[in-house]
Design a protein around this ligand. Sequence first.
Ligand code: SF4
Length: 330
Amino acid sequence: MAPLVDGWGREIGSVRVSVTDKCNFRCRYCMPADGLEWLPHAELLTFEEIARLVRVLAAMGVGEVRLTGGEPLARRGLPELVALLSTVDGVHDLSLTTNGVLLDRLAAPLVRAGLTRLNVSLDSLNHVRFAQMTRRDALDRVLAGLEEAERHPQLRPIKVNCVAVRGFTEIEVPALAELARRKPYVVRFIEFMPLDADEAWRGDEVLSGAEIRALVEARWGPLVELPTKASSTARRFRFADGIGELGFVSPVSEPFCSACDRIRVTADGQLRTCLFSRREWDLKGPLRAGASDAELEQLIRHAVRHKELKHRINDAGFVRASRSMSQIGG
Ligand code: SF4
């Protein structure tokens, strides 16, 4: 079958599937303190519907599947979905992004079901500051979840994602960088993006990847850049002495849209061709109306032909995405 290619000639190889908009954290760069109005359960794609979409996408060469939320582990029975997806022909990489608070209990069943990679959000190793950012006193649970994940060698790499916010993250950098040196985790710093539901994001709150690298290098000396695949969102670095790896996802200061190979499916079955899309393509309606695989394929190909070239965060008159982060899934 022909690969899935956008209007700019980029081949799509990765899909991020949000399985719920609900989350049990209230991270300041994402969610208001009171949460958001959640989608009714009937509006969420069922596991079978998700597996069908992934099958249609995998047939077009989209072999990387990442499960996201809200908080995906808050969706009951998630290991069952992982088991369904891990048997889909053409899916060669199945990963999950989680806040980690339920990981201590679910890591083993997820691995048994076929999960191969893991991203865990962690913005601070200080209890008070962790609670300040997430509005949850849950650092110990998240660290316990990471330790449990470590016990499963099939689950590699384990990436720890820290959202970098100016005025908050600078003092977290040494401890998080140290974590990458003493644990089998790749610690990644992700620039704060204008996807917060409070719409309070300001450009001067972005702590850039380059600034964080400078903080690390001031302590540990020059970092050594590692090769990555073109469509990767992160620049990878190792410490000069070879102990530990860091990643920098810098969509604001170092956009990586030119080689973007990602699309997203929201928890309520809308196809988003870019994180910052202002337009969506309904897949749930056709799915529930009995569309054939061929019809779904044509719908997806049509949507992807309209995929945005890039985000416009740094452009004058930038208009925010039509949904906030927790409603897209990152
Ligand atoms: S902002 Fe859009 S085009 Fe750019 S990398 Fe992200 S999803 Fe791709």
